[in-house]
Write a protein that binds this ligand. Structure first.
Ligand SMILES: [Zn+2]
Ligand SMILES: [Zn+2]
Length: 313
């Protein structure tokens, strides 16, 4: 299954002419999952040539305006096509209230169902969404910001190992549905004899993991969540020299993000996002350089960039 991540924007606080507000869209097969939805999201979608028609789940990290004010536009846009499936919005309660009151005030026409998953009500429940086929899950975890904030991880379940035809033939298991059953991880009985999947399958194949973290101070919980991730999108809002500002405003410097990436272990690749609008592109490149000295496998994301996340086995 092809898995791509599209960077729809990289700015924090306000959109700029060449930098949209931070937002990432994941596309796995026919499913699209959006992380954050600030003002101008539709422009980011257009520029990245991404179809918004298949957005299935929207995850909103917190209720600051630069992460939510694109929602009414997105919902309005989605109503221009017929849609059978509901749109799932995972967000804090106040974000639901914001969208519902805007809909009511403006008398917005919405031709599909919106299902909310309210982060404040989840307590410590780890899985907040899984797709119908149970191929992947989305999990949320809390960061440390000037208001409640959540990070997200998208995780595919491990898949059964490769089917070993030679072993199955040697064991004289009849071809056809029995093989399919074993491939799906089920134990079968043929003429009174029991065969277990591990007898004919190789080691299970690891699912992919993508993590999204923004608007936060460093926190221990991130280390575990980012561990072994194939791709991490994480805030690197400030240069090292503005570390005090980052602390005061509850944000991360690029170096702080890199230190956590290093400590978490096993992170394959990372992209920094949510840059302070005060910085020029040259200054963002400085953030990149500083952070790469700590964790070389990172880059500062650019608007319209995309990443393909391959299966490792
Ligand atoms: Zn922000
Ligand atoms: Zn914020």
């Amino acid at each position: 299954m092809i898995l791509n991540a599209f960077v729809l924007g990289t700015s924090g606080s306000m959109p700029l002419p060449r930098r949209n507000l931070s937002s990432i869209l994941l596309r796995r097969g026919a499913d699209e999952i959006l992380f954050d939805c600030g003002e101008g999201l539709q422009i980011g979608l257009r520029l990245a040539s991404v179809s918004w028609k298949k957005i299935k789940v929207v995850c909103i990290s917190h209720s600051h305006a630069d992460h939510v004010t694109g929602l009414p536009g997105l919902v309005m846009l989605s109503s221009q096509v017929n849609r059978d499936e509901p749109l799932i919005i995972i967000c804090p309660a106040v974000v639901r209230d914001f969208l519902e009151s805007t809909r009511a005030t403006l008398g917005m026409y919405v031709n599909f169902k919106i299902e909310y998953v309210i982060l404040d009500e989840l307590e410590k429940k780890p899985v907040i969404y899984h797709n119908k086929e149970k191929e992947y899950v989305i999990k949320a975890f809390q960061g440390v910001h000037s208001r409640k904030v959540w990070g997200f991880s998208f995780e595919e379940y491990d898949r059964p190992g490769k089917f070993d035809i030679e072993k199955a033939t040697a064991l004289k298991i009849p071809k056809g549905p029995y093989w399919a059953q074993l491939q799906q991880g089920n134990t079968i009985t043929v003429e009174g004899k029991v065969y277990r999947p591990e007898e004919v399958l190789g080691p299970s194949r690891r699912g992919r993991k993508i993590v999204y973290i923004t608007d936060t101070r460093p926190a221990q919980v991130f280390l575990e969540k980012m561990h072994d991730a194939d791709m991490v999108f994480i805030e690197g809002m400030f240069k090292k020299e503005h570390a005090e500002t980052a602390k005061e405003k509850f944000h991360l410097t690029g170096v702080e993000a890199a230190e956590m990436l290093l400590k978490s272990g096993g992170v394959d690749r990372a992209g920094l996002i949510h840059f302070s609008p005060r910085y020029t592109q040259a200054e963002i490149e400085m953030i990149e350089k500083e952070a790469q000295q700590v964790f070389p496998k990172l880059t500062c994301c650019r608007d319209r960039q995309s990443f393909k996340i391959d299966n490792k086995n």
